[in-house]
Design a protein around this ligand. Structure first.
Ligand SMILES: Nc1ncnc2c1ncn2[C@@H]1O[C@H](COP(=O)(O)OS(=O)(=O)O)[C@@H](OP(=O)(O)O)[C@H]1O
Ligand SMILES: Nc1ncnc2c1ncn2[C@@H]1O[C@H](COP(=O)(O)OP(=O)(O)O)[C@@H](O)[C@H]1O
Length: 177
């Protein structure tokens, strides 16, 4: 491994948080860092999975099935020694716990950037549409987000750079190995 660092133990790095909180930005960089260090790693992202399965909606039932399916895939990959970087809003505690219990090694990372900051960023213009009532069941506006009860790591991206967020994740992985 790079710089003779001791090997990191593969886990499912599960990024949860509001739209625009920074899940994709940080998780893509963590994915690249792990790959660069020679680890087997896969990235599962909400938007990418939903592009393949466009009929998946945003009711609790649909979100829960979607999260349990991708969680199952993540658990299989991790069991075979692959790091999994998963970024999903995954707003419900029971679905996240279901995935945690299914995985041999699970690391919940709450990207806890507050709603006001996410809404101000409005990366995709979705908050504006949700406020106008043009999108139903929008997390944080017209649908709940249940804050993780006991995440392994919490990162608020309001006043940090994406690189600082990545370093927090890598430091966590080094410390637990
Ligand atoms: N109603 C509603 N609520 C929340 N998000 C919405 C909605 N409609 C579309 N989008 C877009 O879908 C992305 C979230 O997909 P996920 O699979 O991560 O969501 S979930 O885990 O099933 O809750 C999310 O992407 P991110 O911004 O990357 O989180 C949005 O772009
Ligand atoms: N420290 C940070 N970490 C992650 N994203 C940040 C940070 N600071 C600012 N941002 C910006 O916030 C936005 C987050 O969007 P994105 O990663 O798509 O969020 P999500 O995947 O949670 O919807 C991006 O435009 C990104 O450049």
């Amino acid at each position: 491994m790079k710089n003779n660092e001791s090997a990191l133990k593969p886990t499912v790095l599960w990024f949860t948080g509001l739209s625009g909180s920074g899940k994709s930005t940080i998780s893509e960089k963590v994915y690249a860092q792990l790959k660069d260090r020679g680890y087997k790693v896969e990235h599962l992202d909400g938007d990418a999975v939903r592009e393949v399965f466009p009929t998946t909606g945003f009711s609790k039932e649909e979100r829960d099935s979607h999260i349990k399916r991708v969680g199952f895939v993540a658990s299989l990959l991790q069991k075979h020694g692959v790091f999994v970087v998963a970024s999903f809003i995954s707003p419900y505690q029971d679905a996240r716990d279901f995935v945690r219990n299914m995985c041999e090694d699970f690391t919940e990372i709450h990207i806890s950037t507050p709603l006001e900051v996410c809404e101000q960023r409005d990366v995709k213009g979705l908050y504006e549409q949700a406020r106008k009532g043009e999108i139903d069941n929008f997390t944080g506006i017209s649908d709940p987000y249940e804050e993780p009860e006991d995440p392994e790591l919490e990162i608020d991206t309001t006043d940090i750079t994406p690189e600082e967020g990545v370093q927090m994740v890598l430091e966590y992985l080094r410390n637990r190995s």
